[in-house]
Design a protein around this ligand. Structure first.
Ligand code: FAD
Length: 624
């Protein structure tokens, strides 16, 4: 049976990649079909109901600045809010929110349901239709055919998935979701290279059985920041607590004693999981540490389930319960769902163009976990770029993708294509050599005008952006043109500081904020009287101005280092070099370099998980 209408773009999979792809295609006026095996599960958060975190919040903001919906839906459903990396500086500080799982999903589905040109359909796709190496459409399990100019595949962990709990293994893309699709087998035949990765999730706890009186409350941050420019203080937030407990000697003892029963150690799992998110049995086996912090995070305002962050494992269910009951406050805990590990296949990214179109089959795009990433934000970032490019291609327009210097999304896609990914890829602020410029605060200046040109950014967002940009430009102009001479200075402490840097008699406000790395309000309090006419109150713009001034010189220095490395990419590295002696290298870099022994800097750069600072430190060392 054939569906009469021919779509511009079809997207398979209603996960985080599929959602952003569908939303942006609709924004760009493409006739779009989002097809997923269960419409009720569109926007499902497979693991922790939480968005953001180090580097990931930058991705969410970039998605938002291009017209995506992950940010606004997170703002609408957040129930706890934290700033991470605060002490490490404004460029790398990151926002992380705990979400109400149900509100998030509702918020996503409501937005998609109301989109012009976007059709939703429930079905399992078993095959794609290809003629002369060009994709023409898809075929569902019950032989329904949908035709389209472009197709985006975002099937997440659903290719050849195998769930493991202790000795049990069974086929399912998420617990309770066995699609039994033939799509992976069909795609394999076209010559895509593939491999296997794994991830995992902890058991969920029944809140009734937790003794909260014995737990510590996590600090509740009152300085709420939004992911989306559209939220702009309008969303009233109800914040609820997360709780903290710890593993101890007894936890350690039970895990050690039963480790042979874990699917990770009984020979059932051989693939690699996300290094930064290891399971508890892995942590205990590798590091032998007895005390690990466990956060108990609520799954929603009206949910009684808690997510114990830090205790993901794939031990038998009865051992999972035993382990949990050794923790303070969880002595009588019951679980509502078991923890588990899952292995799945992904396609190695070397078949992709930067637009996320496949080099093997034209008009076919891939986005999300299927490309070897892990994380909702990483998936959504690829979804929006695949959506933009499928939409452009269906209109015979030129592709667009962000470059490494423009966005973390650009870094992620470039890494996926060029680096040899052999573990689930996750973004960090250290992943970017341009991190001082790729900040949360300047994200709209970096991307929204491009998004508008591509027709991704709608009017409401565009006018808000223009208003903010106008204020920003005006304030920077004033800071650059207003000058202070030594005679103006009233504060003796500042006079002292000023004397130390005195190279000239006159400094602009801009230069002073830059030199002293001052906070915007402090600057005006110290250098001028309080009712100074340039004082402004929009916190986001204030922060943007402050960071623009503070990071100015640093960023130029960073650019010089990037140029230096680019020029010396072929610089030879001695095969006998013992990387353990290079103190400035990260632990990860030492391990990987010692094993892989790169011949030159270019090879060192292509290793996944190696960041720019490692390359720079290596270069300075070998140059010596
Ligand atoms: P998914 O979100 O997996 O969505 C894929 C969609 O495609 C699903 O809706 C599925 O039903 C549909 N689909 C698949 N095949 C077909 C087909 N043939 N026909 C029709 N529809 C189909 N990330 C984090 O950030 N933090 C975590 O703590 C975390 N833990 C995880 C734990 C587990 C157990 C799992 C499975 C994943 C975890 N992840 C975590 C990863 C995160 O869930 C994924 O990176 C992210 O959801 C990937 O998004 P996606 O859109 O690529 O795929």
């Amino acid at each position: 049976m054939k569906f009469i209408k021919k779509f511009d773009v079809i997207i398979i999979g209603g996960g985080h990649a599929g959602i952003e792809a569908a939303n942006i295609c609709s924004n760009m006026n493409s006739i779009t079909l989002l097809i997923s095996n269960n419409i009720e599960l569109i926007g499902e958060l497979s693991c922790n109901p939480s968005i953001g975190g180090i580097g990931k919040s930058h991705l969410v903001k970039e998605i938002d600045s291009l017209g995506g919906i992950m940010g606004i839906c997170s703002d609408e459903s957040s129930i706890n809010f934290q700033i991470l990396n605060y002490s490490k500086g404004n460029a790398v500080k990151s926002t992380r929110v705990q979400l109400d799982r149900k509100i998030y999903k509702d918020s996503i589905i409501n937005k998609l349901k109301n989109k012009k040109n976007l059709f939703l359909f429930q079905g399992i796709i078993d095959d794609i239709i290809i003629e002369k190496n060009i994709v023409l459409g898809i075929k569902t399990k019950n032989n329904f055919i949908f035709l389209s100019k472009c197709l985006i595949i975002t099937t997440g962990t659903f290719f050849n998935p195998l769930i493991h709990i202790g000795n049990y293994s069974y086929i399912s893309g998420r617990l309770g979701e066995n699609l039994n699709s033939k799509l992976f087998e069909k795609l394999k035949k076209f010559g895509f290279q593939y491999s296997t990765l794994k991830t995992g999730t902890p058991p969920r706890l029944d809140g009734k059985s937790i003794n909260f009186l014995k737990l510590k409350k996590q600090f509740l941050n009152s300085n709420i920041q939004y992911f989306s420019i559209l939220s702009d203080n309008k969303i009233k937030k109800k914040q609820i607590n997360c709780w903290i407990t710890n593993t101890n000697f007894y936890t350690y003892y039970i895990i050690k004693k039963n480790i042979y029963q874990s699917s990770l150690f009984n020979g059932n799992i051989n693939s690699i999981g996300p290094r930064y998110c290891p399971s508890i049995e892995d942590k205990i086996n590798k590091f032998g540490k007895k005390k690990h912090k466990i956060f108990l995070e609520p799954e929603g305002l009206n949910s009684n389930e808690f997510y114990p962050n830090g205790i993901s494992n794939s031990l038998p269910i009865e051992i999972q319960i035993k382990i949990l009951r050794t923790l303070n406050g969880l002595e009588n805990v019951n679980i509502t769902r078991p923890g588990y590990s899952i292995e799945y296949n992904y396609f190695i990214g070397n078949h992709l163009k930067h637009s996320l179109e496949s080099k093997i089959i034209s008009n076919l795009f891939f986005a999300g976990q299927i490309n070897g990433t892990t994380g909702y934000e990483e998936a959504a970032s690829q979804g929006i770029i695949a959506g933009i490019n499928a939409s452009l291609k269906s209109n015979n327009k030129k592709k667009w993708y962000p470059k490494r210097y423009q966005a973390y999304i650009g870094v992620l896609i470039d890494d996926l294509i060029k680096k040899k990914i052999n573990e689930p890829y996750r973004i960090f602020t250290t992943s970017s050599e341009y991190k001082l410029n790729l900040r949360e605060d300047n994200v709209y200046l970096r991307l929204t005008e491009i998004g508008r040109k591509l027709k991704c950014v709608k009017n409401k967002q565009w006018f808000l952006f223009k208003k903010k940009k106008k204020i920003f430009k005006k304030k920077i102009r004033l800071l650059k043109t207003n000058l202070l001479t030594f005679n103006n200075i009233k504060n003796s402490k500042i006079n002292f500081l000023f004397n130390n840097i005195k190279k000239k008699n006159i400094y602009s406000f801009f230069e002073i904020i830059n030199k002293f790395k001052l906070n915007y309000d402090n600057f005006f309090n110290i250098f001028t009287n309080n009712n100074f006419k340039y004082k402004i109150f929009e916190n986001d713009i204030k922060e943007q101005i402050e960071n623009f001034c503070k990071y100015y010189g640093y960023y130029n220095k960073q650019l010089k280092n990037i140029l230096k490395i680019n020029k010396n990419k072929n610089y030879k590295i001695n095969k006998n070099l013992n990387y353990n002696f290079i103190k400035s290298l990260s632990k990860e870099a030492k391990i990987k370099f010692n094993i892989l022994k790169p011949n030159n800097l270019k090879e060192a750069l292509s290793i996944s998980g190696i960041d720019f600072n490692d390359i720079l430190n290596l270069f300075f060392y070998i140059k010596k």
